[in-house]
Design a protein around this ligand. Structure first.
Ligand code: ATP
Length: 235
């Protein structure tokens, strides 16, 4: 579904991502792990079209999206939930969700079905349909940005640090929801600091350090064979 080959990302002289390669098969949940500054968010932003690659290629379902704009990337079937968790604060929950369906705005019946699916997945959003998104709790805003991304009907979902700064009970709920999405057949790339929880839901994982991939394998292999704390904490 998604293939990243020799991807590099630079900010001036800073080489944030140094020729990494990885892939996601259909229906796979793959986690990208690594300490602060490892290059995970830069990788995600580049795949989403928000940052220009300085080298390498990104292919989504056989289509080269390396130089695509963010809108073209969404049209090709990839939705991103950035770690910034940016809702439109003055719009209601329902309006935020409908903005996610912008590409399918003429398919009113399809959007209604999809909205019902989101309400089943996130009952809390359903109860708060008419509430301004800016007044939601952090966990509810995270649910909203995930649901909004799903309204674009992606075949691949990129999740950047969905558990960041949330209370443990909400983190549990977010991970349960990620498992539900995985069971529905969605292909997911999950960037997480929360290694144990990420490995509990992931089929495979890649560990990044200083812009490079330093370990990869199934969740069990990563747990048992790599010195995760050295890679992860940089110690
Ligand atoms: N806009 C920017 N300008 C200059 N350097 C940047 C910029 N964004 C990121 N970097 C640098 O690129 C490197 C990788 O950062 P990135 O945010 O991709 O890492 P990360 O693994 O996502 O970290 P975190 O878990 O803290 O979000 C870091 O050294 C960071 O300082």
């Amino acid at each position: 579904m998604l293939e990243v080959r020799d991807l590099s990302v630079s900010y001036g002289a800073i080489r944030a991502v140094r020729g990494i390669s990885f892939s996601l098969g259909k229906g796979e949940l793959v986690s990208l792990l690594g300490a602060n500054g490892a290059g995970k968010s830069s990788t995600i932003k580049c795949i989403a079209g928000a940052l220009k690659a300085s080298g390498g290629t990104i292919t989504l379902e056989g289509k080269d999206i390396t130089t695509s704009s963010p809108e073209q990337v969404v049209r090709t079937g990839l939705a991103t939930v950035p770690e910034t968790r940016d809702v439109f604060p003055d719009l209601t929950v329902a309006e935020n969700l409908m903005l996610g369906a912008y590409l399918h705005r003429r398919d009113v019946a399809g959007n209604r079905d999809n909205l019902e699916r989101m309400h089943a997945l996130f009952p809390r959003l359903s109860e708060r349909s008419n509430q301004a998104a800016g007044t939601l709790s952090g966990g509810e805003q995270q649910m909203l940005v995930i649901a909004r991304a799903l309204m674009s009907r992606p075949s691949v979902l990129l999740l950047d640090e969905p558990s960041l700064g949330l209370a443990p009970a909400i983190v549990e709920r977010i991970f349960e929801m990620i498992e539900t999405l995985k069971k529905s057949g969605l292909t997911i790339l999950l960037v997480e600091q929360n290694v144990n929880q990420a490995l509990a839901v992931a089929d495979r994982a890649y560990v990044m350090r200083l812009g490079s991939i330093v370990a990869s394998g199934t969740a069990d292999e990563i747990r048992s064979t790599s010195d995760l704390s050295a890679h992860y904490l940089g110690s």
